[in-house]
Unconditional design. Structure first.
Length: 295
């Protein structure tokens, strides 16, 4: 008999020793378990804690492609969900699975909801998390865009470039930090100025470990100090001495892909795409009339 069948059999008895349990898996792989029962429950390799004060509204389920949704509410605490982690964005887009379970026999259970955290609010020592079902992913536009610049992200499956190659990253301690947006390093003589512009900075330890941001500017100051500026401040505290990793930047141009990364075989743009007004150009007015490209 399966887990769901066992739960149905139990519910038919009318005894009703059931509770709800939630597993929250953050994007960094950290898993949290919660239950509204008065004792901890353990199954699926997860311990679902009872002392978190977590509760949820009734699940709104719909047919077709409508999005199932509900809302979870709970108390903020260092032992469960911390306000600092929410502020840092660690729970953004976290995966959520909810079960109805017989707390007297956890093998009798059924998954009631799968989805992710949408809007997450906090205040007055509590949090409210909107939970959106799997069909919410169908509302997101997908597909390629025909454009001259590359549509891939450096290092992703489409790009396939190994960002761990020597010469394309730097790992080291931050010498100085300003507003968690500007990071100062000792002279990085192995990398020319601007090498990391449009790249990415990731914090590897400390209070902001795991947080990352896109690099806006990479400059060498008058004394040789390297300054890395992010587009937006990190939502976590970074102090001098914290270890970070910075990865070379790509401006999505065909020339950069060829000369900087030698990766044109995986270029995901269309560099020979004509300009928008190409269709209106009369043949006799074109600069090149040899039959070749008029680009």
């Amino acid at each position: 008999m399966g887990h769901a069948d066992s739960l149905h059999t139990h519910l038919q008895t009318g005894s009703g020793t059931v509770a709800r349990a939630w597993a929250v898996t953050r994007r960094d792989g950290v898993v949290f378990g919660f239950t509204d029962h008065d004792r901890d429950l353990t199954f699926e390799g997860i311990t679902f804690r009872a002392d978190t004060g977590l509760s949820a509204r009734a699940l709104q389920q719909a047919t077709g492609l409508s999005v199932d949704n509900t809302e979870a509410m709970g108390a903020l605490s260092d032992a469960a969900i911390r306000e600092e982690d929410i502020a840092a964005g660690r729970f953004d887009e976290a995966e959520v699975v909810s079960w109805m379970v017989n707390w007297a026999d956890v093998s009798a259970r059924r998954v009631m909801f799968r989805g992710h955290i949408g809007e997450l609010r906090r205040g007055n020592g509590a949090f409210h998390a909107e939970l959106r079902g799997l069909t919410d992913m169908l509302n997101r536009p997908l597909g390629r865009v025909y454009q001259k610049p590359c549509s891939a992200v450096l290092g992703d499956a489409g790009c396939a470039f190994d960002t761990a190659r020597s010469g394309y990253f730097h790992e080291g301690a931050v010498r100085e930090v300003e507003a968690t947006r500007s990071f100062f390093f000792d002279a990085l003589t192995d990398f020319e100025p601007g090498w990391f512009q449009r790249g990415r900075l990731t914090v590897q330890n400390g209070a902001a470990a795991g947080l990352s941001g896109a690099i806006k500017r990479d400059v060498v100051l008058y004394d040789g100090t390297r300054r890395i500026d992010l587009w937006e401040p990190l939502r976590g505290k970074v102090v001098p001495g914290d270890q970070v990793k910075i990865i070379a930047g790509c401006d999505k141009r065909f020339e950069t892909c060829r000369l900087k990364f030698n990766n044109v075989v995986n270029f995901q743009g269309f560099p020979d795409l004509p300009e928008e007004d190409w269709i209106f150009v009369h043949a006799s007015q074109a600069k090149k009339t040899s039959g070749g490209s008029r680009r």
